[in-house]
Design a protein. Structure first.
Length: 519
């Protein structure tokens, strides 16, 4: 594809081309004729246009906004926000690699941005470290831009050098990006044959190694072809490890270096993702330390003496002990040194500008355990971890799914499943709750009849098996047998069901399981 755009040219009477962007002969920095806003104009093949066009106007805090696709002399170009700042590639060139928590946080946010594009029916196709900004004024990092690249490490083997981008290609790229942040190197362009190879490459955490083995598998039949499985596995890992970060910034911290004094407040930031000056390292000031160290030690000693004296005279507080300790997905590890989970560090759904409640976090998790396109807008799942009655939980889940009807009046895959799922809606709730609330109290139902099995125990087993990506056949048999036993004794109304299961209810639930466990 040859360029048909040159600096100084006005495109569609709207965009003034300023210069080529370093690192690509098909990307140009431009400004809008009206208002002077910075935009990026980048070349597209016909196949890339088809994949990207539906992403116009998709709004996500970790994604540059695609404005439109234009035709210039028969050549196709995308126009997107041109955001400038330090890139992830530049940062990694300085620090080598990231701490695992920091790397997973970034990967989750990029995966969520890609999910948002996929929900709109679009694909990105250019996910790579040079196109990800981590220091953009007014935006939480990272921000995925549309800087073109044909780096084979970030293109799935199925796509090749010239194939069109697909959701599977974006899923590969998101995993490749995590691999780069964890090891300092991109993955092999052909992927990995075995999980043990990832350990040899430097991915030492077993759960992260397993997640990447699913996403970067050489075998296309064993490889995840959707970004959601990676997002689920990383979200579960992040919640368990978010308190593991170093308490202060270290050499692999995500905290970017300060901007050079000469560039702060500049009205002409660099337009190249790869050509920015880096701040010079600060020189140690030994003479200053000699002056202030005695004062600092004296102040510290005085403070310790004052605190000791106050502790002697202050009234002792009354200690109240409670045995009610409900752990939810939002709870941080209860250790003296553990850092609480910052809800702003949890991947967002793309529906809101900020994450402010535990419900946002649970919504993001729950959406990953339901078929793609279930929710046009994230529903409120804030009480899910505290709900121990699967009857009530199933009712709320059904209302959320049915209440998500698309504007065109059609039915989502989830709505079709829940229209047939009957008794197995409690099993669906058990799965979502097990995946998003691993430390919550067990589900409980009324005591079973003497001759019947415990339905709540079977539900717990179903949830655990499905979330662990295992077959749930045995647990499902126990649950089905318990249902028929109770119905035969006339106890269906206790479970808010008046009829015995009809044909297809278990099949509907298995459709849901298939969607969750799809590679």
């Amino acid at each position: 594809m040859s360029s048909s755009v040159a600096p100084g040219e006005i495109l569609h009477s709207k965009y003034r081309v300023d210069s080529k962007v370093d690192g690509s002969d098909q990307a140009f920095a431009a400004t809008t004729v009206q208002g002077g806003a910075g935009v990026l104009v980048f070349g597209l093949t016909v196949a890339e246009v088809a994949a990207l066009e539906r992403g116009k106007g998709v709004d996500h805090m970790h994604l540059s906004r695609l404005l439109e696709v234009i035709d210039v002399g028969g050549a196709q170009f995308g126009v997107a926000e041109h955001l400038t700042g330090l890139t992830l590639a530049e940062r990694l060139a300085d620090v080598g690699k990231k701490e695992p928590v920091d790397a997973v946080r970034f990967a989750l946010r990029i995966a969520d941005a890609l999910s948002c594009l996929h929900e709109a029916g679009a694909c990105h196709g250019s996910v790579h470290a040079r196109g990800i900004l981590i220091q953009v004024e007014g935006r939480a990092p990272p921000v995925l831009g549309y800087f073109p690249s044909k780096d084979s490490a970030y293109r799935s083997p199925d796509r090749g050098a010239d194939g069109p981008p697909t959701e599977a290609d974006d899923a590969w790229a998101a995993a490749a990006l995590l691999h780069l942040m964890l090891t300092g190197k991109p993955p092999p362009s052909a992927g990995y044959a075995a999980e043990s190879d990832l350990s040899d490459a430097g991915v030492t955490d077993a759960a992260l190694s397993a997640a990447l083995a699913h996403a970067l598998n050489q075998d296309p039949e064993a490889r995840s072809r959707d970004v959601r499985p990676l997002k689920r596995e990383l979200a579960r890992w992040f919640v368990e490890h978010a308190g593991d970060e170093p308490p202060t910034p270290g050499p692999h911290s995500s905290s970017p270096p300060p901007l050079p004094a000469s560039t702060r407040g500049s009205s002409s930031p660099s337009t190249s993702p790869g050509a920015r000056s880096r701040p010079a390292p600060a020189q140690p000031q030994k003479s200053l330390w000699r002056k202030i160290l005695p004062l600092a030690l004296g102040g510290l000693l005085a403070g310790l003496v004052g605190a000791w004296a106050f502790n002697l005279v202050r009234p002792k507080p009354t200690l109240i002990v409670t045995n009610k300790a409900v752990k939810t997905l939002a709870a941080a590890p209860a250790t003296a040194t553990a850092k609480p989970i910052n809800l702003g560090d949890v991947p967002v759904t793309g529906e809101s500008a900020t994450v402010t409640t535990a419900g946002d976090k649970l919504s993001s998790c729950a959406m990953a355990y339901l078929p793609k396109g279930t929710f046009a807008k994230a529903p409120d799942f804030s009480g899910m971890c505290d709900e121990t009655d699967p009857r009530s939980g199933a009712d709320k889940l059904r209302v959320a799914v049915v209440g998500s009807a698309p504007k065109d009046g059609g039915a989502t895959d989830a709505m079709k499943i829940f229209a047939r799922i009957g008794w197995y809606d409690m099993a669906a709730f058990a799965v979502v709750r097990s995946g998003c609330c691993p430390d919550a109290k067990p589900l409980t139902l009324p005591a079973p009849s003497k001759t019947c099995g415990a339905m709540d125990e079977a539900l717990r087993e179903i949830g655990q098996e499905v979330v662990a990506m295992h077959g749930a056949e045995e647990a499902l048999k126990k649950y089905t047998a318990a249902i028929h036993c109770e119905v035969n004794l006339g106890r269906g109304p206790i479970y808010r069901k008046r009829e015995r299961p009809v044909g297809g209810e278990d099949s509907a639930f298995l459709e849901l399981v298939k969607a969750i466990q799809a590679p």
